[in-house]
Ligand binder design. Structure first.
Ligand code: HEC
Length: 136
């Protein structure tokens, strides 16, 4: 009887481990708009002044999470890309191109966080990741 319950528990737990527990989140592949945005990002050489994941030029801020930063966001990013500023050139892009660049930035944003989240170790040895800090 007890052995039977252990066998049943083993079977149920095995099924769980092989299904739900192995269901890791998948990063969606980039769509056409994202690819068009990447092509523009390269063509206009945005990386000469900006960084993604901390890599690139340092005239402008890192763009990895600009579309999800609490004090920035999609409309903020759009405004800069559409009009430029005294420090960033206006590329005179069409609406479609601006949207493609925003979609590309959203894709980058969904791939991770920069700067990396700071791990905090609890006194009993587990590690928890706090909220990412946006420094710019
Ligand atoms: C010549 C350098 C330069 C180039 C090239 C450039 N930028 Fe910028 N960008 C800047 C600077 C400098 C700022 C900050 C502007 C300010 O504060 O006035 C900025 C700001 C931004 C912001 C707002 C960022 C934030 O965190 O507030 C976005 C989004 C952006 N740029 C996107 C782009 C994209 C997309 C391209 C390519 C199409 C691009 N930039 C090309 C210099 C540049």
């Amino acid at each position: 009887m007890i052995l039977g319950s252990f066998c049943a528990a083993f079977a149920v737990y095995s099924a769980y481990v092989w299904t739900a527990a192995t269901d890791i989140p998948q990063h969606r592949p980039p769509g056409d708009q994202v690819k068009a945005g990447l092509a523009l990002f390269q063509e206009k050489n945005c990386i000469a002044c900006h960084q993604l994941y901390g890599l690139g030029g340092h005239m402008g801020p890192d763009l990895t999470n600009v579309v999800s930063a609490p004090d920035k966001g999609v409309d903020h990013a759009k405004a800069f890309i559409e009009s430029g500023t005294s420090k960033m050139p206006n590329f005179n892009l069409g609406e479609k191109q601006v949207d493609a660049l925003v979609q590309f930035l959203k894709f980058v944003d969904s791939s991770g966080t920069y700067p990396a989240k700071t791990p905090e170790m609890s006194w009993y040895g587990t590690v928890a990741y706090g909220a990412a800090k946006h420094t710019q």
